[in-house]
Design a binder for this molecule. Structure first.
Ligand code: TYD
Length: 138
């Protein structure tokens, strides 16, 4: 898996003077069956989240409100995605290191996952990640 497999997904958007509406459907806009949804909020200024890789879990991240950066890293290359619209999803396949930074005040990150929470699916040590990547384990 490389950072070229990370994709921005443009979601449906119904603009309306009463307020806009967007939505997602699993196996349609979200390229996997959604097993889990979580959100990150009340992030104090300057804090980072999510410095880890997943062995199996795939994700779609949406900046429902505000803005933040998602940095993806395949061990050789890195790419920064600035999410700042609630109608863009960022698809992150498994096997990539990803960090979330530069959260704006009151930003809200919504994340869909392809597996239930499993602490054993996490790689939290960057050197370990590089080793597993080199050995073709992830
Ligand atoms: P974690 O994914 O480690 O967040 P980050 O990588 O941004 O620091 O999640 C923080 C804690 O929340 C972790 O100890 C376990 C718990 N958690 C769940 O119980 N279920 C979940 O679906 C998620 C994402 C986290």
């Amino acid at each position: 898996m490389t950072i070229d497999n990370v994709k921005i997904i443009e979601l449906p958007k119904f603009t309306d003077p009463r307020g806009n509406l967007s939505f997602v459907e699993q196996l349609n806009h979200i390229p996997f069956e959604i097993k889990r949804t979580y959100w990150i909020y009340d992030v104090p200024g300057g804090e980072d989240r999510g410095g880890h890789a997943f062995k199996e879990n795939q994700e779609v991240v949406i900046a429902l409100s505000g803005a933040f950066d998602v940095i993806v890293d395949d061990g050789e290359n890195k790419k920064i995605f600035n999410l700042n619209r609630s109608y863009y999803g960022l698809y992150i396949p498994n096997g990539l290191w990803r960090t979330m930074e530069n959260f704006s005040t009151n930003s809200l990150a919504l994340e869909f996952g392809s597996i239930h929470y499993d602490m054993n699916d996490y790689i939290r040590d960057y050197e370990d990640f590089l080793k597993q990547k080199r050995n073709g384990e992830i």
